[in-house]
Design a protein around this ligand. Structure first.
Ligand code: SF4
Length: 65
């Protein structure tokens, strides 16, 4: 599973960071989400990543196989 994001739409609410800090952080430069470990979702994190996709208030995140 890979995760992608649309930084232009992100408002930096950090819902994703709270759910999966292993993958997401908010940049100090522009207060928008960034991937901290690449776009491949490590085994065991899939459920939390899917939760972040569903809960992002701006629908910034998406996943693909
Ligand atoms: S939850 Fe959505 S809007 Fe908030 S920081 Fe993450 S990607 Fe951006």
């Amino acid at each position: 599973m890979r995760v992608s994001l649309d930084r232009k739409v992100c408002e930096g609410h950090s819902v994703c960071v709270g759910l999966v800090p292993e993958l997401f952080d908010v940049s100090d430069d522009d207060d928008r989400v960034m991937l901290v470990a690449g776009d491949e979702v490590p085994a065991g994190l899939e459920t939390r990543v899917l939760s972040a996709v569903a809960r992002c208030p701006k629908q910034v995140l998406s996943v693909a196989d």
